[in-house]
Write a protein that binds this ligand. Structure first.
Ligand SMILES: [Zn+2]
Length: 406
């Protein structure tokens, strides 16, 4: 049912448009170039008579196609990760992949060794033997995250725009900016979107459906010291940098990202900066279990209070919740998961429901009243130059969306 050639062409068209987002910007979208793709999508949706709306200010694109109620929504993000360049993406298709090494280029940016997509490092490549893989030229990311999702949703809309006679639900879509910098839902208009349940199409591996994610908070411990000449410092100096080290040493050393997996939560020291005068420790706190998550935050407070009792009031803690586990709200909407499993099964794919060790825009949307599990796209190795996508898997994902709409 999917026009495979058109799906691939769409994808190749979108990845060539640079939409890299940027950390620590106050405006949205964080980079104006994200609107370049938004405008193209808006125009294409207009051609499909899908009643598109382009939010000129914040860069969101919305559209809908008539159908039966209740409406079903689909969300994908237009930006690519700041972690790797998205300028001059030059995709190449490796047809009928044979399971060997794929040389992405022979002239790495450093001018040293070639950039090779090697199944020894990426064993998942073995599962793609015989498929056509879209790879990078080794200098940029690919942008399958999430332009694979964008292309698959556009394909869905094109399909039902051309086949209004096939019964389907009213369909709503939203393409968001700045997902990669954690701000994809900041100005998301749920009324404009128009669906009360939806999927983000922003996952990776074939068959994966995600609806459990972390509860997430940031924590900053700031330490104000007192700088005195070291020669006269006795009983006067308060060395903020040294106190920061002591503070950090009180956290459980095995509860870090590099020592945990599955449902295990962690504290991660993301940044440390300090002098005698002032120091700060920046953490992220993650846990799937809401109760354990609250305990982790409380423990940070316990440490801060302890240090203040021990040394004087030099320590302040700032905690900010970032997002919550959507599973806690998904209990009444598990049909979304069941429907996705069923659609995959009809396409000959075994679904796997796995907990995400991260968050998605869907998690935030779920808490904004639009339950929103995450679906696979057929893309792999996101956020770097080893990113690739499988043409055949993208086709299956696109078929899955068409089935879900029915
Ligand atoms: Zn993504």
């Amino acid at each position: 049912m999917v026009n495979n050639k058109e799906l691939l062409e769409r994808f190749l068209r979108y990845v060539k448009i640079d939409t890299q987002s940027k950390e620590d910007e106050t405006v949205q979208p964080s980079t104006a170039k994200q609107k370049d793709l938004a405008r193209i999508l808006f125009a294409e949706l207009k051609d499909l008579s899908a009643d598109p709306f382009f939010d000129e200010e914040y860069g969101y694109v919305y559209a809908s196609l008539p159908g039966s109620e209740p409406a079903l929504g689909f969300v994908a993000h237009m930006d690519t990760a700041p972690a790797a360049s998205g300028t001059g993406v030059n995709p190449r298709i490796v047809e009928n992949y044979d399971g060997g090494k794929i040389i992405l280029n022979n002239h790495s940016e450093a001018g040293t060794s070639p950039v090779i997509l090697d199944p020894d490092y990426f064993p998942e490549l073995h599962s793609h033997i015989g498929e056509d893989l879209i790879v990078t030229d080794g200098t940029t990311l690919l942008g399958a995250d999430d332009k694979a999702g964008v292309a698959e949703i556009m394909n869905l809309f094109e399909f039902y725009a051309n086949h209004p006679e096939i019964p389907h639900r009213r369909l709503c879509l939203a393409f968001t900016p700045d997902e990669e910098v954690g701000r994809g839902t900041e100005h998301f208009d749920t009324d404009r979107f128009g669906a009360k349940e939806a999927y983000t199409v922003d996952g990776g591996k074939m068959g994966e459906i995600e609806y459990e994610c972390f509860n997430a908070a940031s924590a900053v411990i700031k330490i104000s010291g007192t700088s005195v000449h070291p020669g006269d410092a006795k009983n006067k100096m308060v060395n903020a940098a040294a106190l920061a080290v002591e503070c950090h040493s009180m956290l459980p050393q095995a509860e870090t990202p590099e020592h945990t997996e599955g449902y295990e939560g962690f504290y991660m020291l993301g940044e440390i900066n300090g002098s005698c005068e002032e120091a700060y420790l920046k953490y992220i706190i993650r846990d799937h279990d809401r109760e354990k998550f609250e305990k982790r935050k409380a423990f940070m407070q316990t440490i801060t209070d302890y240090m203040n009792r021990k040394y004087g009031e030099y320590f302040t803690l700032t905690l900010n919740d970032q997002y919550y586990n959507m599973a806690d709200l998904m209990k009444d909407h598990l049909h979304l998961i069941e429907n996705a499993k069923k659609a995959l099964k009809e396409l000959g794919v075994n679904a796997s429901v796995i907990p995400i060790r991260g968050g998605t825009d869907g998690a935030k949307l779920t808490y904004m009243g639009v339950p929103c599990p995450n679906l696979c796209t057929g893309g792999y190795n996101f956020h770097g130059r080893y990113e690739y996508a499988s043409v055949q898997e993208m086709e299956i994902c696109a078929e899955m969306l068409i089935k879900l709409a029915q």
